[in-house]
Design a protein around this ligand. Structure first.
Ligand code: FE2
Length: 501
C-alpha cells in the first residue's frame, strides 16, 4: 500500500497520464512487445488493481488488437486472452499472420479501460537485408538513478532493444540513492512481483517498452547476487531453488516472452534465437541457470572470487561450462548452420579476458574468465567458421562499464586474427566504482573501456558494416538528463576487427 502511494506520487507518471486514468487504469505497468519473427511478435501486459482495490481472484478477459495504423482503422489481428491470477494477471499473446519487416500498433482493453498503445516491428523476411538499429541495455538499479537512458532509447526509434540482464535488483545497495525500493531484499514470489511492478511503474521504462520489441535475457540480480546454477552466494539446496523458482516466475510474468520461456518450477528455457532476415541472427544466451558454480568458491559461501591460475586448478578444467552442456551444444549447432551477415551472440557478462595489470593475472570467476576452456571452445568454433556464415559480434553487460575488444581463441597470441568483436554496454543506472585505465598490458585485445558513465549502446547494422555507438548520459541522477556519444566503433562485414568510426 505504501509502495503504491509512493508510485502514484511520482511526478513523471502524473505528467505522462491524465490524472483520472492514473488513478483508475489497470494498465499502470504499461505494455510491451518482444521476440519478433517475420510474421508476428509477442505482446504483453499485466493488469494491476486500482489503488486500494483488488483484481478478481479469477481469470480476467483482456481484448487485444494489432493494427497497421496508429488510429487502429486498419486492424491486422485481434483476439482475447485471459489474465490469470496464478500469472499475476499478466498476458503473453503470440501474434501471428502479420507482414515481415513492418511496423504495427497494438493495445489492450480490460475492465472497461483501454491500455496505452505500443509499437512493434516484425522481423525482416528471410532473405531480406534491411538495415537494423538495435539498442543494447542492461543493469538498471532503480535506486541508483532515473531512466533517462530509456527515454532516449525510445526517442532514437530502434527496431529492437536487446536487454541483457539485471532488469531488477533483488537488493538495495550503493550510495547517493535517488529513490527507494521501499521494501526489503526480494525472496518470495510476492516480493519479486512487487519489485518488477515498481520498476515497471517508471514512465521512461514504459516508453522504451512501448517503442519497439525487446529481446530479453536475465543475469544474476533477477534472482540474487552472483548465483551460479543451483548455488546462491548465501544459500543452496531447496531454499535457493524455491527462491529461484519464485524469481523466474516473476520474470516470466513481467517480460514479453513467448510461451516456450514459461518456467516450470525453478527451470525456464530462455535461451533462444531471433532471426532478423539474412542480415543478422541473435543467439540469446542464459549463462546463469545451467553453469557450473563459480570456480574455487571460498569455504564459507557461494558466488564469485578473484584467483590466479596457480591458486585455482578449476579455472583450467575443460569439463566446466558457463552455458551447460545442452545449451553449449545448441549454440554450437546454431552457429554451424547459419548463414547471415552478422552473428550476434547476446549474453549477460563480459567475454574478453581481463586479468588486471598484475603478474600473475588475477581473474574474477563470475564471468567467462572463470570458464576459460569453455570460452576457448566457443571462440575456436567462430574462428573456424566460413566467412559467409556470419561476422560474429558478442554483446554483453554486467560490468557496469563500456568495453570494446577483439576476441581470439588464444588471447596470448595477439598476432593471430580476431574471430569476433565484443561490445559491452554500460549500465542504465547501476553504479560502478571501478577505474578502467587503458591500456591493459596483459590483455591488449581490450581496445576501449570506460566505467565512469551510465547509458546504453546503439548498434546499427547494414550489409556492409556494423557501427556501435556508446551513448552516455550526462547525469543518471537527473530524470531529464541529456545523452551524447562517448565513443564509436565500426566493424566491416567479413572482418571481425575494431575500427574507430
Ligand atoms: Fe548489474
Amino acid at each position: 500500500m505504501r509502495r503504491r502511494t509512493l508510485l502514484l506520487a511520482a511526478p513523471a507518471l502524473a505528467l505522462s497520464l491524465p490524472a483520472r486514468a492514473a488513478a483508475a487504469t489497470p494498465f499502470a505497468l504499461g505494455v510491451a512487445s518482444g521476440d519478433p519473427g517475420p510474421t508476428g511478435f509477442v505482446i504483453w501486459t499485466r493488469l494491476m488493481p486500482a489503488p486500494g482495490g483488488a483484481l478478481p481472484d479469477q481469470p480476467v478477459p483482456v481484448d487485444w488488437v494489432v493494427a497497421e495504423d496508429e488510429a487502429f482503422r486498419r486492424p491486422a489481428a485481434r483476439g482475447q486472452a485471459m489474465a490469470r491470477p496464478d500469472e499475476a494477471h499478466s498476458i503473453h499473446v503470440e501474434v501471428t499472420g502479420l507482414r515481415p519487416g513492418a511496423w504495427y500498433h497494438y493495445r489492450f482493453t480490460a475492465l472497461g479501460e483501454a491500455s496505452p498503445t505500443g509499437r512493434a516491428r516484425t522481423a525482416p523476411a528471410p532473405g531480406a537485408e534491411d538495415p537494423l538499429h538495435i539498442a543494447v541495455a542492461n543493469c538498471q538499479q532503480y535506486e541508483h538513478g532515473f531512466y533517462a537512458a530509456h527515454r532516449h532509447i525510445a526517442a532514437s526509434n530502434p527496431d529492437l532493444v536487446a536487454f541483457l540482464g539485471d532488469y531488477i535488483y533483488e537488493a538495495s545497495w550503493g550510495r547517493n540513492l535517488v529513490r527507494s525500493h521501499a521494501s526489503p531484499t526480494a525472496r518470495t514470489l510476492e516480493d519479486y512481483r512487487a519489485r518488477y511492478a515498481l520498476y515497471r511503474s517508471d514512465p521512461d521504462l514504459q516508453a522504451a517498452h512501448a517503442a519497439c520489441p525487446w529481446v530479453v535475457t536475465w543475469d544474476d540480480h533477477e534472482v540474487s547476487n552472483d548465483y551460479g546454477g543451483e548455488i546462491g552466494e548465501r544459500e543452496r539446496g531447496a531454499p535457493f531453488l524455491a527462491r529461484r523458482a519464485a524469481a523466474y516466475q516473476a520474470f516470466w510474468e513481467h517480460m514479453p516472452l513467448p510461451r516456450s520461456a514459461r518456467p516450470a518450477g525453478a527451470s525456464a528455457r530462455i535461451h533462444r534465437r531471433i532471426g532478423l532476415g539474412s542480415l543478422a541472427q541473435i543467439h540469446l544466451l542464459d549463462d546463469r541457470q545451467y553453469r557450473h558454480p563459480q570456480a574455487c568458491q571460498p569455504p564459507d559461501r557461494g558466488g564469485a572470487t578473484r584467483v590466479t591460475f596457480d591458486q585455482c586448478a578449476e579455472l583450467a578444467d575443460p569439463a566446466r561450462s558457463i552455458l551447460g552442456a545442452e545449451q553449449e551444444a545448441w549454440l554450437t549447432d546454431g552457429l554451424a548452420r547459419e548463414s547471415v551477415r552478422w552473428t550476434l551472440i547476446a549474453q549477460q557478462t563480459r567475454m574478453a579476458r581481463l586479468g588486471g595489470r598484475q603478474a600473475p593475472p588475477v581473474y574474477w570467476t563470475d564471468g567467462w574468465d572463470g570458464y576459460q576452456p569453455a570460452r576457448a571452445r566457443l571462440l575456436s568454433q567462430l574462428a573456424a567458421r566460413r566467412r559467409d556464415q556470419g561476422t560474429p559480434l558478442v554483446l554483453g553487460g554486467d560490468i557496469h562499464a563500456f568495453l570494446a575488444a577483439e576476441l581470439r581463441p588464444d588471447f596470448d597470441r595477439p598476432e593471430t586474427p580476431a574471430c569476433a568483436v565484443e561490445f559491452v554496454a554500460t549500465s542504465i543506472t547501476s553504479q560502478n566504482n571501478a577505474r578502467y585505465a587503458l591500456p591493459f598490458p596483459n590483455d591488449p585485445h581490450i581496445t576501449y573501456a570506460d566505467a565512469s558513465r551510465r547509458g546504453w549502446l546503439s548498434l546499427r547494422l547494414t550489409q556492409r558494416d556494423a557501427v556501435a555507438t556508446m551513448m552516455a548520459l550526462d547525469n543518471p541522477l537527473d530524470a531529464t538528463s541529456g545523452a551524447s556519444p562517448l565513443a564509436r566503433f565500426a566493424v566491416a562485414q567479413g572482418m571481425p576487427r575494431l575500427e574507430t568510426a
